[in-house]
Design a binder for this molecule. Sequence first.
Ligand code: CP
Ligand code: NVA
Length: 308
Amino acid sequence: MRHFLDINATDTEDLKSMIAQARAMKDARAGRPKGTPDDELPLKGQMVALIFEKPSTRTRVSFDMGVRQMGGETMLLTGQEMQLGHGESIADTARVLSRYVDMIMIRTFEESALHELAEYASVPVINGLTNRTHPCQIMADVMTFEEHRGPIQGKKVVWTGDGNNVCASFIHAAGQLGFDLTYTGPDRLDPDPEFVAEARAKGSKIEIERDPMKAVEGADLIVADTWVSMHDAPSTRERRHNLLRPYQVNDYLMKGAKEDALFMHCLPAHRGEEVTDSVMDGPQSVIFDEAENRLHAQKAVMRWCLGV
Ligand code: CP
Ligand code: NVA
């Protein structure tokens, strides 16, 4: 029984084997209606609780479909409709849920809530996004990059805009999987220095470059995310937009990267803000492959957690 809490807390070999398994499972389902089960049903008889304390489209639907394809069942819960949202402790919630279900996926606010849940649960816990990290997204992103361009090791990824939770998991992956990452954005929104130092100590080149045109030179992949995350106070919107406007990904910026550079965005996107329509819908964009690969990557993550 293993928790999947963060990419920097997961062995490199395990990350690679999950991505390989995700690709194999995707290939094995090619052309099949999405609602039909896989040939193998490793989650048969298993119940997975999916807890959301924030909105979600991709995480919610991809986990639900992934469990069903592998023969299991899901229970969708929101914090507000559970006692968790009305004062019951996370530790008690973890111990109670562990008596009913075989695995828990949670999307929550504070990272400490995820860690407390994992500490007290006797079943695997999966991080479906916190204010600080989003590891399942980056499993899908690495899988997507490798499908299109081969091994990500040694490549250059450029993160544009807010050094947020998704950026943090990308930096974790750089350290674990041996690629380089340049952050380009305003200094007030820099990524967590602890994560930057950790990835550097593992041998990855992690650079901070304020000039977006300089940052994208030689890039194999350019990534954008929303300028205002779910945990950011709405009152910060205008200030964030003013700070981040110079970092919009548009055709001009894409031209500064390698000719065959890919564009990714975890979605939901705010078209016309962090990225233009022409990039989102252009030939370098792999955004919908990324979204699809959430399904396949998370199926491999769930199998790893349960050891099945
Ligand atoms: N990328 C992502 O996690 O999307 P959702 O918020 O829709 O789950
Ligand atoms: N950074 C975004 C990602 C959404 C999937 C947020 O946390 O809202």
